[in-house]
Design a protein around this ligand. Structure first.
Ligand SMILES: [Fe+2]
Length: 491
């Protein structure tokens, strides 16, 4: 079934998606009352948090890679049929210093400092805290995979500082942007690749695994040995296991990165001779319990995982190359942003066999689901989609995927979408009783809109709210059932 969004527009000259990458330098806090279609449902109550690079240019210089812009948190607070908007930059060391200097002072994942190898040698990428936001254990964190998280005050979005969980995260610990909250315990698990010393063949790779209690204390750490240093951005957890896919994307010239001759991004390739390895880790012992191996591949983002008998079922977005990074490396010139193929893996923990099936035909990324079912069997997954609608190949819609069907909602040309997030309705019991939220860039008017779709029938857009400015294209977000922002609580 295909449902078209209802916005009508002249499409003679369709603007591209690049305007949606421009900076939003201003910080706002206001009630977004320009509801251009429908109305905000009264049973939608809570906070929709999003993070992404809000500043991609500074002092006439540009970050070429989408991953390198400075993190800007947005909070949409839903209160009594209205929505309040607030955005704040994460005041990282990088952001503060570069704002003061009005120039790029830190090397990025894909952006080199001007001045050649000498300027970049022995310099780590700066932490822009730009990839995801999560609220757990009283801490609102802005996350980035190359470093530690930055903590913000959830009531104000003011930056508290870099978070090390009372010294539990060391300087060399990285903390992925995709932590997972464990349903049964309420604890949060996360990971970061690291090294455990020097062996006869050089540095020894490990996956550090972290467990944070619902009170916000990091109380358990594990180290899982790895055969190689992984490019691992996300993982999945079921009730009892963490599942890591160590993929076929590899570094080819780390010495050149260290010597400043190339960026991290430019020397990463997809190697067809490297199989994809799956490592299953027991969440209680933090020890490996089984590994699996498949042909070459990469899973950048995961949906849910759950257990069925001897099998662990894991949903992920599969890629057979690293072409996605080409579009991301030069965002202001790219017109093709490649996404993945939605696969469901079955890992038999007894026999060691693994299989997969494709769940959707549509090229897509950023899988999400009702967070109430994390680690348990879910019937529905939502993904951002790349649909050929005559405009740039960016996210042009989203879909709701079930075991047997996919409902696709396509935006008109010139409108560019983002990761869809499911927000349960107040008191809802059915899995899809709630709303799918999507921030959409309206390139005709260079503003963003918040679209609210009915969960049971995503083709039914119940509300669209027009903001008086744009929100630069973001990566990830998170729904929280409570209104957390002081300014929104006042009504
Ligand atoms: Fe991600």
């Amino acid at each position: 079934m295909v449902a078209m969004a209802t916005i009508e527009h002249e499409t003679a000259a369709v603007p591209n998606c690049h305007g949606g990458l421009e900076n939003l330098d201003e910080e706002y806090s206001y009630w977004a009352d320009d509801v251009i279609d429908g109305q905000i449902p009264g049973d939608l109550s809570g906070t929709f948090l999003r993070n992404g690079p809000g500043r991609q240019r500074i002092g006439g210089q540009t970050y070429g890679h989408w991953f390198d812009g400075d993190g800007m948190l947005c909070a949409f607070s839903f209160v009594d049929g209205r929505v309040h908007f607030k955005n704040r930059y994460v005041q990282t060391t990088k952001y503060v210093e570069e704002t003061e200097a009005q120039e790029i002072r830190y090397r990025g994942f894909g952006t080199q400092l001007p001045g050649g190898a000498r300027k970049n040698a022995l310099r780590q990428p700066g932490n822009p805290a730009n990839t995801n936001a999560v609220l757990h254990g009283g801490k609102l964190l802005a996350l980035w995979e190359g470093g530690r998280p930055w903590e913000l005050d959830p009531a104000t979005l003011d930056t508290v500082g870099e978070c090390n969980y009372d010294g539990q995260l060391t300087r060399s610990n990285v903390f992925s942007p995709h932590p997972k909250i464990h349903r049964r315990s309420g604890d949060m698990f996360n990971f970061g690749a690291g090294m455990s010393g020097i062996g006869r063949r050089g540095p020894k790779a490990v996956m550090n695994v972290f467990r944070i209690g619902r009170g916000g204390k990091l109380f358990k750490k594990g180290k899982v040995p790895l055969p190689t240093f992984p490019f691992a951005h996300d993982f999945a957890i079921s009730d009892r296991y963490a599942i890591f896919f160590v993929n076929s994307i590899v570094s080819t010239a780390m010495p050149d990165v260290i010597l400043g001759r190339t960026s991290i991004s430019d020397q990463m390739i997809f190697d067809n001779d490297v199989p994809m390895r799956v490592i299953v880790v027991d969440l209680d012992t933090m020890e490996e319990v089984r590994t699996f191996e498949s042909g070459p591949g990469a899973i950048i983002h995961f949906g849910n995982a759950f257990e069925e008998g001897n099998e662990i079922v894991v949903d992920g977005m599969f890629a057979s190359d690293f072409d996605a990074n080409i579009g991301l490396s030069d965002v202001f010139n790219s017109t093709r942003f490649k996404a993945g193929t939605y696969l469901r893996y079955r890992l038999n923990i007894e026999t060691g066999t693994m299989s997969s099936e494709q769940l959707s035909e549509t090229e897509s990324e950023f899988p999400t689901f009702n967070p109430r079912l994390g680690g348990e069997r879910n019937a529905f997954t939502y993904t951002a989609c790349n649909v050929d609608n005559g405009a740039d190949s960016f996210f042009n819609g989203f879909q709701k995927v079930s075991d047997s069907d996919a409902d696709l909602v396509v935006l008109p040309p010139g409108y560019y979408g983002s990761e869809p997030i499911f927000a349960p309705a107040v008191g809802a019991e059915a899995e899809d009783r709630g709303y799918v939220l999507e921030v959409v860039y309206n390139a005709f008017e260079h503003v963003s809109e918040l679209h609210v779709h009915r969960g049971e029938n995503v083709g039914d857009r119940v509300a669209a709210v027009r903001l008086p400015h744009h929100i630069p294209h973001q990566f990830h977000g998170h729904w929280h059932n409570k209104v957390i922002l002081n300014e929104a609580k006042g009504g």
